[in-house]
Design a protein around this ligand. Structure first.
Ligand SMILES: Cc1cc2nc3c(=O)[nH]c(=O)nc-3n(C[C@H](O)[C@H](O)[C@H](O)COP(=O)(O)OP(=O)(O)OC[C@H]3O[C@@H](n4cnc5c(N)ncnc54)[C@H](O)[C@@H]3O)c2cc1C
Ligand code: SF4
Length: 474
């Protein structure tokens, strides 16, 4: 007897432990996987991303066939067409899906009459998040994180945090080391496409990199693309790795005394804190959230982002070149260089979001939207983060070695060699000074702005910089 039921697995649920797959059986379930041409053609995706997604689906199909499943891997013009073709050929009694990870996909599976089962791909289902969020006015990540630590029992000593502190950020914001850049073990520079491959990368990270994860988390080095980051986001987002298993490994290494508390805590916070937090903000605030533009930023995306114009800004050109190579850079270039540039130039948030979604290999909608709209460019007016991550060249200079070889000077805010970040940072504060005057977390910056004695010249230079960006001369 052929299997009577179908389980439809989305391309970001590639794991036999997720939802409906956890109880799937080759005698009763056929598996439907879809590679939809309209999705691939819908944007100018980074080629590495298209390759990763399509190969990972093919590899999962092969893994399931090896395990005895009948797999219908449809290559169709659209998801809808693929489901129609599958139904016509196999007449399943029903098609079951695990709650998909985007609004559009959830709408589609409902329209197609699928049987939807609860997802366990994340550690915090939106129902669970609601038990925390419904009782408060604002959703501070730090409060959520402490709730998660207690609830999930990671790095706890009874009801108190292991080591006595919830957070070791003070130890984790070291400047980049001047030398020894080759001491960080280099991850394999080809993306894994199978669970086995992703588990190998996890193993490499845990054994070789994690002990050093903490201290230089925020540093950027021109000749080292990975530093001590895990480079695991694509695997987590595809479902090849699950957040719980990753955190369990980290906790185990800490308990065995092989990893210091600041590295273990810093990493676990990224997963049970930030990752689960943005996942849940996505479900709470979307779809309107993606359209917000609280600072009324209307500049067209500067052409340097797409490569339509060159740039002399060493930090930006270095990061764009890293993105072109592998579709990935770590958190600080995304936040403090790319998003910061979009923020201080007043670039339209939706144009910037579209670009970010296209160029990153790990850019799933649920994670990219809150990170860009809320954290990156403050387009939500402070719903997610209480203040914008705007910074001048001094920050980039302190946390990286880019400025040493740049034509601009991070200390200067006016004149032809002034760092564009520095000029635009002050111009940004001035443009929004009324809005930020009401924000006590911005009082120091606004106080600094009021003390500037060259604001008129700075405003002139800011105009030149924006024009220069448009013309590819900055
Ligand atoms: C503007 C902006 C856009 C971003 N876009 C994406 C994106 O499209 N996809 C994506 O996976 N991450 C995104 N992030 C979050 C973070 O930058 C990446 O997850 C991280 O750089 C991936 O590298 P890693 O695996 O080495 O992370 P590590 O530094 O080793 O951290 C470990 C893991 O923690 C999780 N994590 C850490 N920070 C965040 C965060 N802010 N939000 C969600 N998860 C987090 C990731 O799963 C990551 O793999 C974005 C951050 C910013 C500021
Ligand atoms: S001087 Fe300014 S533009 Fe140049 S690398 Fe430093 S921060 Fe970037």
């Amino acid at each position: 007897m052929p299997p009577s039921e179908t389980i439809w697995v989305f391309g970001d649920q590639l794991n036999r432990a997720i939802g409906a797959m956890a109880t799937a059986n080759p005698t009763t379930h056929r598996i439907l996987l879809i590679t939809a041409k309209d999705k691939i053609a819908s944007r100018a995706w980074h080629p590495a991303r298209v390759a990763l997604y399509t190969r990972a689906i093919e590899a999962f199909a092969a893994e399931l066939r090896d395990a005895g499943f009948q797999v219908d891997h449809q290559h169709a013009v659209s998801m809808r067409a693929a489901v129609k073709a599958h139904r016509a050929t196999h007449s399943p009694t029903r098609i079951t899906v695990t709650e998909p990870n985007s609004f559009t996909a959830r709408q589609l599976v409902n329209e197609l009459g699928c049987n939807v089962v609860r997802s366990n791909q994340f550690l915090t289902h939106p129902d669970e998040f609601a038990t925390w969020a419904d009782t408060r006015k604002s959703f501070k990540m730090e409060d959520f994180y402490r709730w998660q630590r207690r609830r999930l029992d990671y790095l706890m000593d009874g009801d108190e945090p292991e080591g006595g502190e919830w957070n070791y950020d003070e130890q984790n914001r070291e400047r980049p080391p001047k030398d020894g850049h080759d001491r960080w073990p280099v991850p394999v520079d080809v993306w894994a496409t199978t669970r086995a491959g992703a588990l190998e990368r996890l193993d490499f990270f845990i054994k070789r990199v994690l002990p050093m994860f903490g201290p230089h988390e925020d540093a950027m080095i021109a000749d080292n693309w990975h530093l001590a980051h895990s480079v695991l986001s694509p695997y987590l987002n595809l479902g090849l790795l699950l957040p719980g298993e990753v955190c369990d490994r980290v906790e185990k290494e800490f308990r065995a005394g092989r990893v210091p508390i600041n590295s273990a805590e810093g990493f676990i916070r990224q997963i049970i804190g930030w990752r689960e937090y943005v996942w849940n903000l996505y479900w709470r605030w979307m779809p309107e959230y993606a359209t917000l533009n609280a600072l009324d930023a209307q500049l067209d995306l500067p052409p340097l982002f797409t490569g339509a114009a060159p740039t002399q800004m060493r930090c930006v050109s270095g990061i764009l070149s890293d993105i072109e190579t592998r579709g990935w850079v770590h958190h600080i270039p995304r936040l403090m260089v790319l998003s910061n540039l979009a923020l201080v130039t007043g670039t339209n948030p939706q144009e910037f979001l579209d670009w970010m979604r296209e160029v990153f290999i790990d850019a799933t909608e649920w994670v990219m939207v809150p990170n860009v709209i809320g954290m990156g460019v403050h387009a939500d007016g402070g719903k997610m983060m209480t203040k914008p991550y705007a910074a001048g060249g001094a920050y980039i200079s302190r946390m990286s070695n880019y400025c040493k070889t740049c034509v601009y000077d991070p200390k200067l805010r006016i004149g032809a060699s002034a760092c564009p970040f520095t000029t635009l940072y002050w111009d940004f504060l001035d443009r929004h000074s009324e809005t930020f005057a009401k924000n006590h977390r911005m009082s120091q910056q606004i106080f600094g702005l009021k003390r500037l004695n060259d604001l008129p010249e700075l405003k002139v230079r800011a105009k030149e910089v924006l024009k220069g960006l448009e013309q590819g001369k900055i």
